[in-house]
Design a protein around this ligand. Structure first.
Ligand code: HEM
Length: 177
């Protein structure tokens, strides 16, 4: 009996440790209405996790020149259990297009995606400097303007936001202005 309970304890501890090991950890986070964006910088890579109360898209944009114009957008949704993430560019002050349709390159890597209890979560990585002029260069220090938004309950990147907000952060310290 003792051996059995020892065996069970070992299994429980192993499973718990394994689940901690596989979960990505983030250093910083901003929260707006029903949406969070968490991130960490590791070398030349930004690891991001965006989560919002929607069954449609969730997105983050970096450093617009005004409104949505010139921002580097990362959008994602989960359709039939399969996550999709895309790299867009703010080619208008109130719109965006695929980088690849504007002479740029696709520079986002999907890490994971889920849609549970009406919450969509997308984890991704992007280079701090992708070399694509449409992405701009992210700087760890100084101000980074974040655009945060999510869409209605539809798996389409063409729909406008249900909610949107902006925050100015320091990517390195996590300070929010
Ligand atoms: C087809 C998709 C989209 C359309 C048609 C659209 C349209 C618009 C329009 C008309 C405005 C100005 C009116 C308003 O403030 O609501 C706006 C502002 C804004 N949009 Fe979008 N949007 C789209 C996607 C996105 C995405 C993916 C983001 C990602 C974060 C975003 C973030 C924002 C933000 C933060 C503002 C406020 C900018 C400011 O006033 O400084 N939008 N959008």
């Amino acid at each position: 009996m003792k051996i059995l309970s020892l065996f069970c304890s070992v299994i429980i501890v192993t499973v718990t440790l394994a689940s901690f090991a596989s979960a990505e950890t983030y250093q910083h986070q901003v929260e707006v209405k029903d949406m969070t964006f968490a991130w960490k910088i590791e070398g030349d890579t930004l690891h991001g996790k965006m989560s919002a109360k929607t069954k449609g898209w969730v997105a983050v944009g970096f450093n617009p020149s005004s409104k949505m114009k010139d921002a580097n957008f990362i959008l994602g949704y989960v359709k039939n259990g399969k996550a999709k993430v895309v790299d867009h560019f703010g080619d208008r002050s109130v719109g965006h297009s695929e980088d690849t349709k504007k002479g740029g390159t696709e520079d986002v890597t999907l890490v994971s995606g889920s849609e549970e209890k009406k919450i969509t979560t997308i984890e991704f990585t992007i280079p701090m400097n992708s070399g694509d002029k449409l992405d701009g260069v992210l700087s760890a220090d100084g101000d980074t303007v974040l655009l945060l938004a999510y869409g209605p309950d539809r798996d389409s990147f063409k729909t406008r936001h249900k909610f949107r907000d902006t925050k100015t952060v320091n990517l390195s310290t996590g300070a929010v202005k």
